[in-house]
Design a protein around this ligand. Structure first.
Ligand code: AIR
Length: 203
C-alpha cells in the first residue's frame, strides 16, 4: 500500500491510497510478462542468444548461427529491434541470465543501438555485429557499436559476414573458459583451420 498525492477540485492536494500489489495487479503483470515472452523464441539449454534488428539481417547472421552449430553450441535466434520493439528487448535481456544464456550476439544496421541497449539491460557479455546498411557500407553501424561511451562495453566485430562468423567463434572462446566440450570444439576448429593453410600456392 502507498499514498500518492492527487489533485482535488480546488487544486488542493488530496491523498489517495493505491494498493500496489493487489491480486488483480499481480495477475495483470503476469499476463503482460507471459504475452511478452510469447513474442520471442527460446531454446532449452541455449547458451547464446543471437539478436537482430531486422529479418533483413538474417542472411548475414545465419553465418553466426551456422558457426555456433558447427561448434555444438546451443543457441536461439530472434529479431528484436531496439527501436521497433524496445519493451520486448527489455524483457528478453532482463530475463536472459535466469534462462541460462551466457553471451548475447547483437546485429543491427544503420544507427545500430541494439547491442548498446542490450548491454545496458544485462551484465552478460554482448558481442556486436555491424550490418551493411542502405548507406555508408556499414560504417554507420560500425561506429554506433564501436563508439560506446565508457561504462557499458560491447565487443564490436567487423562489418558483415566476417564479423558475424567471428562473433560466433568469440562466443566459443568465452564459453570454453568454463565448458570443456566447447573448449575442445574450439581448439579442434583452430587446429583444422591451421592444417588447411598451405605454405605455398599450387603450381
Ligand atoms: N534496425 C532496425 N531497428 C533498428 C535498427 N538499427 C536496422 C536493422 C537493419 C536495418 O535497420 O538491423 O539492418 C534495416 O532494417 P529493415 O527492417 O528496414 O530491413
Amino acid at each position: 500500500m502507498a499514498r500518492y498525492p492527487a489533485w482535488g477540485s480546488r487544486s488542493r492536494i488530496r491523498w489517495c491510497t493505491i494498493r500496489l500489489s493487489s491480486p488483480v495487479a499481480a495477475k495483470n503483470r503476469m499476463a503482460v510478462e507471459m504475452s511478452m515472452s510469447d513474442q520471442y523464441k527460446t531454446v532449452d539449454g541455449a547458451q547464446v542468444g543471437v539478436l537482430m534488428g531486422s529479418v533483413s539481417d538474417w542472411p548475414t547472421m545465419k553465418k553466426t548461427s551456422d558457426t555456433l552449430t558447427r561448434l555444438g553450441i546451443a543457441h536461439e535466434c530472434n529479431v528484436i529491434s531496439a527501436h521497433r520493439a524496445p519493451r520486448r528487448l527489455e524483457h528478453y535481456c532482463s530475463t536472459a541470465e535466469q534462462r541460462g544464456l551466457k553471451v548475447l550476439i547483437c546485429a543491427a544496421g544503420g544507427a545500430a543501438h541494439l547491442a548498446g541497449v542490450a548491454a545496458a539491460l544485462t551484465h552478460l557479455p554482448v558481442l556486436a555485429c555491424p550490418m551493411k546498411g542502405w548507406a555508408t557500407d556499414g560504417l554507420d553501424s560500425l561506429l554506433s557499436m564501436a563508439q560506446m561511451p565508457k561504462g557499458i562495453p560491447v565487443a564490436t566485430f567487423a562489418v558483415g559476414s566476417h564479423g558475424a562468423i567471428n562473433a560466433g567463434l568469440f562466443a566459443a572462446s568465452i564459453l570454453g573458459l568454463s565448458d570443456d566440450t566447447v573448449k575442445k570444439a574450439w581448439l579442434d576448429f583452430r587446429a583444422d583451420q591451421s592444417a588447411a593453410v598451405h605454405e605455398l600456392p599450387d603450381g
